[in-house]
Design a protein around this ligand. Structure first.
Ligand code: MOS
Length: 736
């Protein structure tokens, strides 16, 4: 085992001097052809002998309890095998209740759409039919708060993250230019393409559970599932080799996985539970809607003297998570007088959790609107305003930045886009019915680095295998880990088999928070480092003298095929990395800049994004193609956040109204122009041994703000409520 606690930055730039030359290259994903040809097997697609189908029944009240559930009626229907109302299935989040289940359990309800029962039948159609006809009676509470606008909602500060420094109110009074603005963002759904799905198989004799499920973090999902079922971790095996998108919604286990497992254990037959699209929307996870107040105080030259960012977000009573909207505001801009305060209100909507860059996705888009208003108030080019406000050190922790190419991204992005920032006067350009304008914003997202391990085997035939429980949720893990091993071992990445998504393999942090590639990749790197040492021993050379390329080992004047060095045997090493002092000693984040051009219809208020460009600094780029795709994906989501995406809850009964992809509007091809992505050259020795930072979520963090700023430039309308739907623009548009 090659173990590293990451206490000291690694500035050796080793990966820049390897012979194979595959790191960073835009190599296609090995899983791509399998996915597009249907050969990749997703959770619901496995065949299991005698598999039953289960359909979840969900609550149709917001809060209260179930008083009667007519199981007999359902059980009398064709093919129905069981109606399960186990408390382990109806807990609203991943904290399950262990132990024996009572035979009949009448659940408490905390939100509309909460799973309360599972109907299991021989076929999916029979289960669905019976689930629809199941008679459920409730005792509903009179007026639970279902909206953040309900005056009964109690707001409590999320204290741990509060920053109070200097005197913001005083700075605002003394400021040459000040902005005090309130911005709201709508709730979002992850909207992954693959619905949540699980097939559970219980081996009655061995007392072992095998679960095919669509999940992001097996290392955490294993104890979650074991705990909720009252099993030991050793009794549970989770498989998730292919995941059709997660975006946060599959970070934890969800109701269908627990329900399928409970049913399989109870009935002694495999059980498949696939959520309907509506159920995914109603009972998995939402991004909280937010209200944010930004106060920016600046001197004559636009330098920030005061910086205030307050947020109001919601969740169910008792839930820990609070959309961390202030996350980038902690470190991004100057201002010695600071107030950062996030408050949580308790309302009865489906659990709020991580959705696509929790925090910065909506926090940055609000902050960047406020920055644009400050630029306009001060008469300063918005790019220049941001350049003037890059702090030397973390503004409240007084620590250095590990690497930060924000200024380069702003400048290079402006050049590549052809930014003409000086004239921000609106309504200057018109083409037919359309007002045209440009806008920009900063991108910022915290870099997360997590404990990870991976095994790498050099096989007798000179190929390699990488194995870890890490997942690939569409992000490119298969490609990137193969490239790292290929680079380190001197192999064509096509000769590296990457095995992922199996909880029995060495544990990694899974896919979330943009930490996957840098964390798991570092574990692969360390395993390969140990393999290289072993090869050095066999060749009798020093590490510095070893070159591995195209399946050959070269040291001094010897050149030997790996196959010969291996002599018919394989060599196996495990690498493990965990965060250390570098995490606390440096402020670590990814940065970038967005530039966009929009057209706003002078008659209808419709906005079309015409051009969009992002320039990003993400440390070492591990695969130029997958990194680019990640950034493009983020920018596409930002178009949704800016213009169309909004969870709509009925204020009368709290139910989610738009719970499918027809009514919840994510951007489609025609909404998304060509998205231009540039990377600046960067190495971050403190972010990971690979000198790579995260990338997955960066593309969404701020981009909707750039669209808002472009709309204002186009037609003079400043919208303070996202999404900026035509109705909000129509009300304020100038005479066409
Ligand atoms: Mo992410 S929203 O941390 O999967």
């Amino acid at each position: 085992m090659n173990s590293l606690t990451f206490d000291t930055p690694d500035a050796r730039n080793r990966l820049d001097h390897m012979a194979q030359g595959v790191i960073g290259k835009p190599l296609p994903r090995p899983d791509g052809p399998l996915k597009v040809s249907g050969a990749a097997t997703y959770a619901a697609e496995y065949t299991a002998e005698g598999c039953l189908d289960g359909v979840l029944v969900t609550a149709t009240i917001v809060k209260g309890r179930v008083t009667r559930l007519d199981e007999a009626g359902a059980l009398a229907m064709d093919g129905v095998v069981a109606v399960i109302t186990d408390p382990r299935l109806t807990t609203r989040s991943a904290q399950g209740t262990a132990g024996e289940a009572p035979a009949q359990h009448l659940p408490q309800v905390d939100y509309w759409g909460q799973p309360i029962a599972l109907v299991v039948a021989e076929t999916f159609e029979q289960a669905r039919d019976a689930a629809k006809r199941l008679v459920v009676e409730y005792d509903a509470d009179a007026t639970p708060p279902v909206s953040p606008d309900d005056p009964a909602v109690e707001w409590k500060p999320k204290d741990a993250k509060t920053v109070r420094q200097g005197d913001l109110a005083h700075a605002m009074r003394e400021a040459a230019h000040a902005v005090d603005v309130e911005i709201t963002t709508a709730g979002h759904a992850s909207a992954a393409m693959e619905p949540h799905a699980t097939i559970a198989q219980w081996d009655t004799e061995a007392r072992k559970l095998t679960v095919h499920s669509s999940l992001q973090m097996l290392n955490y999902n294993l104890p979650e599932l074991a705990d909720s079922l009252g099993l030991e971790e050793e009794q549970v095996h989770i498989l998730a080799p292919y995941v059709g998108g997660g975006f946060g919604s599959k970070l934890g286990i969800s109701a269908e996985g627990v329900a399928a497992s409970v049913a399989a254990m109870q009935l002694g037959r495999p059980v498949r539970v696939v959520m309907s699209r509506q159920q995914v929307f109603q009972c998995v996870m939402r991004r909280s809607e937010t209200r944010q107040r930004l106060r920016l105080a600046a001197d004559e030259d636009g330098r920030l003297t005061g910086f205030g960012h307050e947020g109001w977000v919601t969740n169910l009573p008792g839930e820990f998570f609070a959309e961390p909207v202030l996350q980038a505001s902690e470190f991004l801009y100057r201002g010695t007088n600071r107030l950062l305060l996030n408050s949580v209100g308790r309302i009865h909507r489906v659990t709020a959790g991580s959705v696509r860059a929790p925090g910065e996705a909506v926090g940055m888009q609000a902050l960047e609107v406020a920055m644009d208003e400050l630029a306009n108030a001060a008469g300063i080019d918005p790019v220049e305003l941001r350049l003037r406000n890059i702090p030397e050190r973390h503004p409240s922790k007084d620590i250095p930045y590990s690497s930060r190419k924000l200024a380069e991204c702003l400048r290079e992005g402006a050049d590549a886009f052809g930014w003409e920032g000086s004239d921000r006067t609106p309504c200057r350009r018109r083409e037919g019915e359309w007002w045209l304008g440009t806008g920009m914003a900063t991108a910022a997202r915290v870099h997360n680095f997590s404990k990870a391990s991976a095994r790498v085997v050099l096989r007798p035939d000179g190929t390699a295998e990488v194995a870890t429980d890490m997942t690939d949720i569409g992000t490119g893990t298969y490609a990137v880990l193969g490239q790292i091993a290929g680079e380190m071992l001197g192999l064509d990445p096509r000769d590296v088999l990457v095995s992922l998504g199996d909880s029995a393999l060495p544990k990694g942090p899974g896919s979330g928070g943009s930490w996957g590639a840098a964390s798991s990749g570092s574990a692969v790197y360390l395993a390969c480092e140990a393999l290289r040492e072993e090869l050095c021993d066999r060749l009798g050379c020093d590490a510095a003298d070893l070159t591995l390329k195209d399946g050959f080992a070269i040291a001094h004047n010897q050149r030997q095929a790996l196959v010969d060095l291996l002599g018919g045997e394989s060599i196996e090493r495990t690498g493990q990395v965990e965060p250390g002092k570098t995490e606390d000693e440096f402020c670590q984040a990814m940065y970038g800049a967005f530039f966009t051009e929009v057209a706003v219809n002078a008659y209808t208020g419709e906005t079309r994004v015409q051009r969009m460009l992002g320039t990003f600094g993400i440390g070492r780029v591990l695969n130029e193609m997958t990194a680019r795709s990640q950034c493009q994906g983020g920018m596409a989501w930002a178009i949704g956040s800016a213009l169309t995406e909004e969870l709509a809850f009925d204020p009368r009964d709290g139910h989610l109204v738009n719970c499918d992809l027809a009514e919840y509007h994510i951007p489609v091809n025609l909404d998304v122009p060509h998205l231009e992505v540039h990377f600046v050259e960067e190495r971050d020795p403190a972010a990971s041994p690979l000198q790579a930072k995260g990338v997955g979520e960066l593309g969404i963090c701020g981009a909707a703000g750039a669209i808002n700023n472009a709309i204002r430039h186009a037609c003079g309308v400043r919208v303070h409520s996202f999404p900026m739907t035509p109705d909000k623009l129509l009300a304020a548009l100038p005479d066409p």
